[in-house]
Design a protein. Sequence first.
Length: 260
Amino acid sequence: MDYHQHMSLRAALEWQIEAGVLDTLGETPVDRYAVPAAPEQPKRAARAEEANPVDAATGAPMAAAAADPVAEAQQMATAAQDLAGLQAALAAFPHCELRRGARNTVFADGTPGARVMIIGESPGREEDRQGRPFVGQAGQMLDRMLAAIGLSRAESVYITNVLPWRPPQNRDPLPDEIAMMRPFVARHVALAQPDLLVLVGNISCDAGLGKRGITRLRGSWTEAYGKPALPMFHPAYLLRQPHLKREAWADLLSLKARLG
Ligand code: URA
């Protein structure tokens, strides 16, 4: 087991503990007296062949068909022809362990086709419960920020996250989780066709720009997923650091000016 598998399993376990799981019970009772004896272990040679398969004709070792989650994500995302197809593809994507602990796949909210698309980090507890991004305290803050420049999710903004599943205890997404979700985010942008992107917080900048450092990045227009993009402080960060609202206000005015 590598480091990431270890951390994912550990995170899934912590999530279950946090969710209140006390016992590991199956849904149906098992009669242990009726369970057949475990099958005999295969001989050592057969096991070795399984681990290192060989071509039956030539006897040459065959390349292992290891799943590549990023390549598979790319393939599934590219195949999606519209937002509904992309949502279905995400819901069917099997490689991200976070999905096991999540109640919902949180896809998007707001107005598809809006000029502004906001990309956040990952769902929190409330978003996971409701299945919509930015509906908790940070979401209410985001709504207030948008309203201050005359925008609203009901009419003029489309909102999503880099990760559609809540990480346990709201931990930061791991690099491989971001990497396997990035093709879906890129396709999401291509299908939603916004004029502008707002990347809120470090994880969103990491996925869209390949770099972090929101204090340095914020307020400077750049490009992500082929669109003009404005990095901004995450509303949750502004709730913790209210003295930064002045910078956030400057960024909102920059967004408003860009929209004309
Ligand atoms: N923070 C995010 O980045 N996204 C949400 O949906 C909620 C909180």
